[in-house]
Design a protein around this ligand. Structure first.
Ligand code: UD1
Length: 430
């Protein structure tokens, strides 16, 4: 089992390059199989979730050529089966995007129901409601969702909850339906827009992505394209908070500052200086942070995927903060781990009341999920002494070269697998 061992206390200083957006890439890779022609995708993050989805795509028969670490060519003309193995869905929920993609192209898809997830119950009723509205028969047999239709027909669909996954999945299927689809109350996240732009570059006709009404005129065929994925706003935000929590000075490069507005606003509110450039943001934290209140919301609100990172920063701030999680009900599991490092946080319902402390002390902690894992690493970087973060497999799902990037900013962090390596690290850092 891999772990991170960290000696905290160094302010992070320097420049860091952000990779392509994992959550955009998951939708785009699935959509890439909707044509028989070859698709080339660039700025792909080389992270576990992406590699698993590529494997799932190749197992159903698509040709996947990794041109280099961040570029892939996909050809879906040889797809021989429309059923996806449970092995993949177990590892990444987002392989449910193959439902929308396969249903759109082949009018039939079979994908196992995603199992429980560790940030709360994550239903997919809205995805299914959308497919049904487009005319598909949707049934659940032997643990799998089977969606099939003779023809998909455009429809006016209202989403009861703003859902990134449902918006993208329905958008894919509707791209190859007959006629006109309107998705009301659609998610506005940058990765929804990126998937729509990608589909449009394949010949789809999608308008309004980025607003809460998406209009799709179905087309019969999609074609080849070359596309570069947008930068990852969550990876960027994570480094911004790492700078804040360690009282550092970090230039976060290759970003779209507009996508980071909610994160930037909160950093400024808690006393950081944030300078925006065309494709970079610089975060400087020179004094103790201030407290604030935050509520996670769909974009353009403060992202739930940035919730654990801000809690770490606020746990070190002066005063009392309240962070309310309004998207997923079980996303404070890491709080107990943070408490072991000296944080004082009380969770009441979907809110965390955070009493700021002067500093953390290093401890052995365990990552309960992807973003909480990254947040615990930030806590370790800010803490006095040694922190060991277990279960970093979660972090590797979504952060490419995380420890290398942090080291380039002056962090003392290593990926280890044995107690002996931890001891060696301790001896080396003194
Ligand atoms: C995506 C992101 C995830 C992020 C989340 C919210 C990907 C691969 N994952 O997840 O990192 O945390 O958006 O920004 O892009 N809901 C329903 N019924 C449904 C679907 C969702 O009730 O059919 C609810 C969920 O329980 C949740 C809310 O809608 O409370 C938002 O979830 P959603 O936007 O769908 O999240 P994901 O697409 O799973």
């Amino acid at each position: 089992m891999e772990q991170y061992v960290i000696k905290g206390g160094n302010p992070l200083v320097g420049e860091v390059e952000i990779g392509g957006a994992k959550n955009a890439a998951l939708g785009i890779l699935a959509a890439a199989i909707m044509t028989d022609e070859t698709i080339v995708i660039d700025n792909l993050p080389d992270v576990q979730d992406i590699n698993v989805l590529l494997e799932a795509i190749s197992v159903i028969g698509a040709r996947v050529d990794r041109i280099n670490r961040h570029k892939v060519a996909i050809n879906g003309s040889m797809i021989g089966q429309v059923s996806v193995d449970y092995e993949f869905i177990k590892k990444i929920r987002a392989s449910y995007y193959l439902l929308g993609a396969l249903l759109g192209k082949y009018k039939r898809a079979e994908v196992p129901l995603p199992g429980g997830c560790n940030i709360g119950s994550r239903p997919i009723d809205l995805h299914l409601k959308g497919f049904k509205a487009l005319g598909a028969n949707v049934s659940i047999r032997h643990g799998s969702i089977i969606a099939e239709a003779e023809k998909l027909r455009g429809k006016h669909i209202y989403l009861d909850t703003v859902s990134v996954g449902a918006t993208i999945n329905i958008m894919m299927a509707a791209s190859m339906a007959e006629g006109y689809t309107i998705i009301e109350n659609s998610a506005r996240e940058p990765h929804v827009v990126d998937v729509a732009n990608f589909l449009n570059s394949m010949g789809a006709n999608i308008k309004g992505a980025g607003t809460d009404v998406i209009r799709i005129r179905g087309v019969q065929k999609l074609h080849s394209t070359e596309y570069s994925i947008i930068p990852d706003q969550i990876e960027a935000g994570t480094f911004m908070f790492a700078a804040a929590a360690t009282k550092g000075d970090v230039m976060v490069k290759n970003v779209i500052p507009k996508h980071l507005e909610a994160t930037t606003a909160k950093l400024v509110e808690i006393g950081c200086e944030v300078e925006e450039f065309d494709d970079a943001v610089r975060v400087v934290a020179s004094k103790r942070l201030n407290s604030t209140h935050v509520k996670t919301l769909p974009y353009p609100g403060y992202p739930t995927d940035m919730q654990p990172q801000i809690v770490v920063a606020l746990a070190l701030a002066q005063g009392t903060s309240i962070v309310t999680e309004s998207i997923f009900e079980n996303r404070f599991k890491y709080v107990d781990e943070l408490t072991r490092m000296g944080a004082t946080i009380k969770v009441e319902g979907n809110s965390a009341i955070i009493y700021g402390t002067e500093g953390f002390t290093g401890a052995r902690v365990s990552a309960p999920d992807l973003r909480a894992g990254a947040a615990l690493v930030i806590a370790g970087l800010a803490a006095e002494g040694i922190t060991v973060v277990d279960d970093i497999v979660y972090v590797q799902r979504g952060y490419e070269c995380f420890e290398e990037k942090l080291r380039s900013l002056g962090a003392e962090i290593e990926r280890v697998t044995t107690e002996k390596e931890i001891q060696k690290f301790k001896l080396r850092v003194g």
